[in-house]
Write a protein that binds this ligand. Sequence first.
Ligand code: DC
Length: 238
Amino acid sequence: MRKLIIAIDGPVGSGKSTLARRVAALLGYLYIDTGAMYRSVALKAARCGVSLDAADQLAALAGETRIDLRQLAGATEGTQQVLLDGEDVTALIRTPEVAQAASKVALVPGVRKVLVAEQRRAGERGGVVMEGRDIGSVVFPEAQLKIFLTASPEIRADRRWREHQQKGDAIDLARTLEEIHERDRRDRERTNSPLVKAKDAVVVDSTAMEPEEVARLVVMLAKEHASANTSETLRHNR
Ligand code: DC
């Protein structure tokens, strides 16, 4: 069966990472979390003292940064290790501060240009599940399967809050909801590659669905697409 590019886009807390990771594991595909790349640039900017308003400096910084996304096997299967210039920053990029900074860094066209080029290189051979905000609309408009995952803001805030609680971070639910609204606004309203549903994306509302249910649905769609694409190719080759 042909190896697809599966694009998963959606707002913060919609369950994209859980879904993308699970689908990649079920299909034996590579999982790529593009948000981690924006987060890594944001972390580096903070460390280097580059202002989040300095677009040119941020773009230059992105250009001279090496971000490696490594797939971990074994017990940690499906998780992705993030290396920023060789340093493991997997946990460091998951703070609310880095999340806010990443959504500002993501506003800069020069940063997006650098990261989108890397994302295309990483996924062009197919057999990949890539999650982000603009994967189906900008990075891989030709992706064979595009999912736009949504959930109500309250559910998304609750999920994010639980994640932080589990890690032992003291974080306020009302503040989490405010931050979600803030990031949603920034992601949707930016002029460059805003969060939009690609025309041909399948909308999945995960508000009342179990993560495994959503994953099985997407795997089913992927298998349908892969076999449809295979018979297309066979027909063309005849
Ligand atoms: O998915 P995330 O929360 O890790 O993403 C961090 C920020 O990066 C988010 O506010 C929006 C931005 N982002 C983006 O603009 N485009 C992507 N493809 C992925 C993330």
